[in-house]
Design a binder for this molecule. Sequence first.
Ligand code: CA
Ligand code: CA
Length: 106
Amino acid sequence: MNIKTVLIAGALAALSVGAVAQTATPGANQRQSNQEKRIEAGEKSGALNATEANRLEKQQKIADNVEAKAKADGVVTKGERVKMHKVEKKTSKDIYKQKHDANTAN
Ligand SMILES: [Ca+2]
Ligand SMILES: [Ca+2]
């Protein structure tokens, strides 16, 4: 390996790291996994009945789809992050609402 090859390899490695950073959504993933846990806890405690849990799971899937679509072109733009956040925030609110309404599993 001559010095030129090493430099090119280094540049390529830096590029791929940059690409990962552009589509990385650790905040969104963390929020989604938190919400997943909140839904599970709600099912366990009975605060969420089966219908409510199913509906919330569906909303989680929609949030996943929004995230996948945002990432599909290799770049998650600021606008796409805002959109993802909005969907997650709505789910979060709905989880709270469904866990505190009169409909329970028992
Ligand atoms: Ca995009
Ligand atoms: Ca409920």
